[in-house]
Design a protein around this ligand. Sequence first.
Ligand SMILES: [Zn+2]
Length: 297
Amino acid sequence: VLQKGLKENFADAEVSVVDCPDLTKEPFHFPAKGICGKPRIADVGGVPYLIPVAQTEKVYDLNTVAKEIELPGAFILGAGAASSKILGVNAELIAIVQSKSEKKPAVNGSYIAQINPADKGCLLEKYSSKYNDCEFGLLANLYASEGQPGKVIEVKANGRTGELNFVTCLRQTLEKHYGEKPVGMGGTFIIQKGKAKIHIMPTEFSACPLNTDEDVNNWLKFFEMKAPLICQTVFVSRDPGFDLRVEHTHCFSHHGEGGHYHQDTSPDSVQYLGYLLPAEQLFRIDRPQETHLVGRD
Ligand SMILES: [Zn+2]
């Protein structure tokens, strides 16, 4: 199903079931070997806590989320906002955390991407180089598992011929095939070649309310970043009415770039390689009471 969908948007696409590569190795360096074992998705908070006006009191803890999704000690990957209470500024969180269990303390392999006050460029840092908690703020889209090795879906796509980004193409393919039935997936993929359009939120929350997508896009800082970019993704084919963000992807690199993935900007040369699994359960945590559809891209 996925391979057929990808071929409508990419020159080459191949989908197969393989053993998950050891994610503690290059280029991932994750705190867990794999993404297998009780795969779950959590959608925490939401964009309505960021815009029109940021509700900075909204902070969460990945160790608590792991308990709430009934998987204490879970290995969690995903995309969210950093806790502005901890950082003192607003930033993108590239979440990669082995949450704490009865036997072991948490290992936080996350990255944070923020606007560098010195040159307005991207400042990507390992979270653990400055902080030793597992907090985040406002919103996050998370894929959780036991972090075990095992069989995963390997997705390769090269040379983009259509308009859709890699994640939207996978998501819409699932939606077309499964229709009403929501199917959620998560995992990691590498943009191996090419460049990508990435945003980073400014360090300061907007002083004036952001009421439209145009307001949001004027507030966000957009960059073109170079491969290799290692992307953590969560997507759900359709929202069954839980006010979900249906796709969200954050990336890091080993050359100082990272943030929120929109699209590759080098369709001819782009190469994607991903390892994904469908989730068995989805948890909606602290769903906003008042909602809107602005800023979901
Ligand atoms: Zn994001």
